[in-house]
Design a protein around this ligand. Structure first.
Ligand code: ZN
Ligand code: ZN
Length: 140
């Protein structure tokens, strides 16, 4: 890394520790990279992250990635609260909506759906009507 460049920071603002590694590659590949001014550190990092997609957090480089029904999330506990970044979201299996950090899973006809599923919204609306009938809904 050239002197004077600010250190790369992780998602918590801490500098990411780095080290030097040696790799052995064909000479002609080395020549190609040099001719095309390819930053080898950048290339190696990008390639490694893509090759091991969803196994390493690209924000803090933690290896603690957890998959659940919503997607893949970094659960690194290197820090007090952990990185907790979402790496990729899944689509709802029922309505195909893409999950978001705030979206929720919902039981729809005994299947795992989301809180945007039309059936779920209908159920919610029906429940609201029932509550109105029984006087449980607060006055608007
Ligand atoms: Zn992370
Ligand atoms: Zn859904």
């Amino acid at each position: 890394m050239p002197a004077g460049r600010p250190p790369e920071l992780d998602s918590n603002g801490k500098p990411i520790p780095k080290c030097l590694v040696n790799v052995t590659i064909p000479t002609k590949l080395r020549d190609f990279l040099a001719q095309h001014n390819v930053n080898r550190s950048e290339l190696f990092r990008t390639a490694a992250l893509q090759y091991h997609n969803l196994q390493i957090c690209p924000y803090c480089y933690s290896h603690e990635i957890k998959e659940n029904d919503k997607g893949w999330r970094c659960i690194s506990d290197d820090y007090e609260r952990g990185c907790e970044k979402w790496l990729k979201f899944k689509h709802c299996k029922l309505c195909n909506a893409v999950h978001t950090p705030t979206s929720g899973l919902a039981s729809v006809n005994n299947k795992v759906g989301c809180d945007l599923c039309p059936e779920y919204l209908q159920q919610k609306e029906d429940n609201r009507k029932i509550n109105v009938v029984f006087g449980n809904e607060q006055q608007r």
